[in-house]
Design a binder for this molecule. Structure first.
Ligand code: NDP
Length: 778
C-alpha cells in the first residue's frame, strides 16, 4: 500500500473520554438538585429532567425555581452585598483568583459534564470553554485589584440578576459572574433549563473556596424563573444573553425601573472572503465559524460572502473539507461536531433549512452518515439563496451555512450590513488594507481579520443594533456593573435669584430647525412661551411626528459625513460655536432671565465652558488596544452611535441644551434634540449660532413642542440609534425603544452625569481583532 493510499483510507480509531467521574458526581445527587442560595443548598423542589442530547438519556433532576425561590435568593444576595463591597477590590481579587484555581483543578470534570449536558465535543469543552472560564476569573481578579484606581468615583451597582443560555453554559456564567464579583456586586444567576449542570458544579466550587454566603446564588428553572428574577424590585442590574425575542421582553419589563441592563442577543454574522484571501486558510476559518459548537454560537459566521471570481473554487474546497468533518459522539476526542442541544432545537434547524430549500436554496451535506439516535444534524451548506431568503435573514443557530457571492467590496459591505443584527463579522484577505478599509464600514461589535470566533477576557464582546447593547469582557465590560458614586448634584447657578425681565418682551415666532434650515411646524400650531410671571414672551413651533421624521431623515443624511469627519474638524466647529456664543453672551443671558427669572450670565458662561470641554474631547476619546492570549491585537474603537434623539433637561434652558448636544456631536453623532419644553427660546435663539458656526446641516436638529410626545416618537423610530432622556418618564422611552432595541440613556433626574459617562453613552465599542505575533526584537 502506498503512502497516498494509506492517507486515503486512514480512519481515526475511537478515542473516548471517560464519563465515569461526571456520572459518579451526578449519582451523588440522584435525589435531585436544589438551588444554591445564601451559601447553602435548598431541598429539591418540583423537579424537571436534564438529558444528554447525544443519547437522550436522563442525566439529573433539577428544581424548578419559583418566584418565592427568587425572593429568597435576592434577599441572600442583598444581605451579602455590604460585606462583599466592604472587602475592597484587593480582598475580592483573592476569591476570584481562588475560583480560577479551583476551576482549573476540576477542569476535566467540568469539561465532561458540559459535554454530557450540552452535546458539544469534548475537544471544545476541554480546550476552549473551560480554559476560557478560568481565564475570565483570573483576568477579573486583576480588575478587582485595580478597580479603586482605574474606576475611581464608581461603585458596585448592587444585586445583579443574570440569565444565560444553553450554548456556552459555563463560559456564559463566567462572562457574567467574574466582572460582577470584581466590581463588588453580588449575583443571582439562572442557567438555561437545558444545561444547568456546570452552574451547579460551580456552586459547589464557590462553597469549596469559602466564598462568602450569598455572593453567588444559583436558581435553576425555565423562562418563568428568569422572568421572576427580572421583575424582582431589589435587583439593580440585569445581564441577559439569549434570543432577541426574550431580550425585547426584558427591555420592556425593566423599562422605567432604573435597573441597569445589558443584552447580548442573536446574530447573523457575515464571513467575507475577498478574492485575494488565502483560500485554504479561509476554508478552515469557515469550519471554525459555523461548525464550532454545532453552529450554536450567537456570533457564528453563518452568512458566507465570497467574491465572485473565486466563488466556484472556494465552494469546491469547502465541500471537500466538509466531507472530512466527523459528526458523532461528543465524548470522542476525534469528533468535530457533536449533538444539537435538544430535539426542539434540532426541529427548529430542520424546519428552517426545509423552508430555505422550499424557497429555492440548493442543499449540500456530506455523505458521511450522522448518528441516528440522539439529536444530530450534519454540516450543511445552502447556496443559490437571495438576500431576502428566510435562511439568510433568520438566525438558524445550528451547523448551517448560507453562501452568496459579491462582485465589489462595496457590494460585500452592503450585503454584510443587510440584517437587523450586528454582533460580529469576519474578513479574509491577504491585504490588510482591504480589511482595514472594510472594518469601519461593518455594523458589528466585533470584527475578526483573518480569524473568527476568537474570544478573550481582555477584549469586550457585544453587539450593535438588534444584537443588543453593553459589552462583556475587558474594561468595557466592567462599566456594566458600576455606577457613579456619589451622584453629582445639579449645579445651582451662582445667583439663583429672580431678576427683572430686561425689557425683552418680544413677540417672535421661532421655527423648528431641521437639516440646517428653519422650518415651520407641520402641525401649523404654535406654543406660547410664558415668563415666570405668566406673561407671553414668545411663540415656538409645536412639533409633531412628521417634523420628527423629517429631522431624523436630515440627521441620517448628515450622519456619515459628520461621523466620518476627523475629531480635529469637529473640535474646530465646537470652538467656533463657543466663540460665536460668547459674542452674544449678554443677549443669551437676558433670554435666560426672561424665561426663567434667574440671572443668566453664569449659565451662558457654563455653556461656553461646556463647548470648550467637548471640543477638547472630540479628538481624545482614543479607545484602547487590548492584548489577548491569542496572537492578535484588538483595537477597541469607540464609534458614534449614529442618529441620537435627545430630550434636554427642563431647567437651565441653554446649559441643558448645550451640555447634552455638545458631547453627542463632539463624539461624531448627529442629533435630533427636543429643547426644554418650558423654556425653549434659548434653543431657538441658538440655531442662529449654529447657522453661523459652520455646523453642517442635519448635524443638530431642534424640534420644539411637548417633550414626552416628541421623544416617544423618536424612541419608536427605527432609524434612530439611541435616545438620551433627561426627564422623569424613563419608562416611556425605554418601552418605546424596544422596536429596534436602540440604546437608551436615562440619567436619574436632577443629576449631571460625569464626563466619562457621556463619553461611553455617546459611543459603542467595535473590537477589531488583527493578527499580530507580539514577538519582541531581542
Ligand atoms: P432564550 O432567549 O429563550 O433563553 C435564554 C435564557 O433566557 C434561558 O435561560 C431562558 O430560560 C431564559 N428565558 C426565557 N424566557 C425568559 C423570560 N421571559 N424572562 C427571562 N428569562 C427568560 O433562548 P432559547 O434557549 O429559547 O433559544 C431560542 C433561540 O434563541 C435559539 O434558536 C437561538 O436562535 C437564540 N439564542 C441565542 C443565543 C445567543 O447567545 N445570542 C443563545 C441561545 C439562544 P430557559 O432556557 O430555561 O427557558
Amino acid at each position: 500500500m502506498s503512502v497516498a493510499e494509506i492517507f486515503e483510507t486512514m480512519e481515526y480509531g475511537p478515542a473516548p473520554e471517560s464519563a465515569a467521574p461526571a456520572l459518579e458526581w451526578l449519582a451523588q445527587h440522584s435525589e435531585g438538585f436544589g438551588h444554591f442560595m445564601g451559601g447553602a443548598w435548598t431541598a429539591p423542589g418540583t423537579l424537571f429532567l436534564t438529558e444528554n442530547p447525544a443519547t437522550g438519556k436522563v442525566l439529573a433532576q433539577i428544581s424548578q425555581g419559583t418566584e418565592a425561590d427568587i425572593a429568597v435568593a435576592v434577599a441572600a444576595a442583598s444581605a451579602a452585598l455590604p460585606g462583599w463591597k466592604a472587602l475592597g477590590g484587593a480582598g475580592r481579587a483573592k476569591f476570584l483568583y481562588a475560583l480560577a484555581r479551583q476551576i482549573q483543578k476540576h477542569s476535566r470534570l467540568f469539561a465532561v459534564l458540559e459535554t454530557l449536558d450540552n452535546g458539544k465535543p469534548i475537544r471544545e469543552t476541554r480546550d476552549i470553554d473551560i480554559p476560557l472560564v478560568a481565564r475570565h476569573f483570573y483576568h477579573h481578579a486583576g480588575w478587582a485589584t485595580l478597580l479603586e484606581t482605574e474606576c475611581a468615583g464608581y461603585e458596585a451597582v448592587g444585586v445583579c440578576g443574570q440569565i444565560i443560555p444553553w450554548n456556552f453554559p459555563l463560559l456564559m456564567l463566567s462572562w457574567k459572574i467574574a466582572p460582577a464579583l470584581a466590581a463588588g456586586c453580588t449575583v443571582v444567576l439562572k442557567p438555561a433549563d437545558l444545561t444547568p449542570l456546570t452552574a451547579l458544579l460551580f456552586a459547589e466550587v464557590c462553597a469549596e473556596i469559602g466564598l462568602p454566603a450569598g455572593v453567588v446564588n444559583i436558581v435553576t428553572g425555565d423562562g418563568s424563573t428568569g422572568a421572576a428574577l427580572v421583575a424582582h424590585p431589589d435587583v439593580q442590574k440585569i445581564a441577559f444573553t439569549g434570543s432577541t425575542e426574550v431580550g425585547r421582553l426584558i427591555r420592556k419589563a425593566t423599562a422605567g425601573t432604573g435597573k441597569k441592563l445589558s443584552l447580548e442577543l442573536g446574530g447573523k454574522s457575515p464571513f467575507i472572503v475577498f478574492e485575494d484571501a488565502d483560500l485554504d486558510a479561509a476554508v478552515e476559518g469557515v469550519v471554525d465559524a459555523i461548525w464550532f459548537n454545532q453552529g450554536e454560537v450567537c456570533c457564528a459566521g453563518s452568512r458566507l460572502l465570497v467574491q465572485e471570481s473565486v466563488e466556484e473554487r472556494f465552494l469546491q474546497k469547502l465541500q471537500r473539507r466538509m466531507e472530512t468533518l466527523r459528526v458523532g459522539d461528543p465524548l470522542d476526542k476525534a469528533t468535530d461536531i457533536g449533538a444539537i442541544v435538544a430535539p426542539i432545537q434540532l426541529a427548529r434547524i430542520d424546519e428552517l433549512v426545509k423552508a430555505g430549500v422550499d424557497q429555492g436554496a440548493m442543499l449540500f451535506q456530506p455523505k458521511a452518515a450522522c448518528p441516528t439516535t440522539g439529536s444530530f444534524y450534519p454540516p450543511t451548506l445552502l447556496t443559490g439563496v437571495s438576500p431576502a431568503s428566510v435562511v439568510v435573514q433568520e438566525e438558524i443557530f445550528g451547523p448551517v451555512l448560507v453562501a452568496m457571492s459579491f462582485r465589489t467590496p462595496a457590494e460585500a459591505i452592503a450585503l454584510a450590513n443587510n440584517t437587523p443584527y450586528g454582533l460580529a463579522a469576519s474578513l479574509w484577505s491577504e491585504s490588510i488594507n482591504q480589511c482595514l478599509e472594510a472594518a469601519p464600514k461593518l455594523k458589528a461589535g466585533t470584527i475578526w481579520i483573518n480569524g473568527t470566533n476568537l474570544f478573550d477576557a481582555a477584549a469586550g464582546f457585544g453587539g450593535y443594533r438588534e444584537s443588543g447593547f453593553g459589552r462583556e469582557g475587558g474594561k468595557e465590560g466592567l462599566w456594566e456593573y458600576l455606577v457613579s458614586s456619589p451622584l453629582a448634584p445639579v449645579r445651582v447657578p451662582r445667583e439663583a435669584r429672580l431678576v427683572g425681565l430686561g425689557g425683552r418682551n418680544l413677540d417672535q415666532t421661532a421655527k423648528l430647525y431641521i437639516g440646517g434650515k428653519q422650518a415651520r411646524p407641520d402641525s401649523g400650531y404654535s406654543r406660547t412661551v410664558l415668563s415666570p410671571t405668566g406673561e407671553s414672551i414668545g411663540v415656538v413651533g409645536d412639533g409633531n411626528r412628521k417634523d420628527i421624521r423629517n429631522a431624523v431623515e436630515a440627521a441620517r443624511a448628515a450622519a456619515a459625513g459628520w461621523g466620518g469627519a476627523s475629531g480635529h474638524n469637529r473640535a474646530q466647529i465646537l470652538y467656533y460655536l463657543a466663540e460665536n456664543l460668547s459674542y452674544r453672551a449678554a443677549e443669551f443671558a437676558a433670554r435666560i432671565t426672561q424665561q426663567t427669572g434667574q440671572e443668566g450670565t453664569d449659565e451662558v458662561e457654563q455653556s461656553i465652558a461646556q463647548l470648550f470641554i467637548w471640543a477638547a474631547w472630540a479628538d481624545k476619546n482614543d479607545g484602547s488596544v487590548h492584548r489577548t492570549i491569542q496572537k492578535s491585537v484588538v483595537l477597541a474603537m469607540p464609534e458614534p452611535l449614529g442618529v441620537l434623539g435627545v430630550a434636554c433637561p427642563r431647567e437651565q434652558p441653554l446649559l441643558g441644551l448645550i451640555s447634552v448636544v455638545a458631547p453627542a456631536i463632539a463624539l461624531g453623532n448627529v442629533v435630533v434634540a427636543v429643547p426644554s419644553e418650558a423654556h425653549p427660546l434659548s434653543a431657538t435663539d441658538f440655531y442662529q449660532v449654529l447657522e453661523t458656526s459652520d455646523v453642517p446641516g442635519g448635524v443638530v436638529n431642534l424640534i420644539t413642542g411637548e417633550r414626552d410626545v416628541l421623544i416617544k416618537t423618536l424612541a419608536e423610530h427605527d432609524d434612530v440609534d439611541g435616545i438620551w432622556y433627561f426627564g422623569e418618564s424613563a419608562a416611556l422611552v425605554e418601552t418605546a425603544s424596544v422596536g429596534n432595541l436602540k440604546r437608551t440613556w436615562c440619567p436619574k433626574p436632577g443629576t449631571i452625569p460625569r464626563q466619562d459617562a457621556f463619553l461611553r453613552a455617546a459611543t459603542q465599542v467595535k473590537n477589531i481583532w488583527i493578527p499580530y505575533t507580539d514577538e519582541l526584537p531581542w
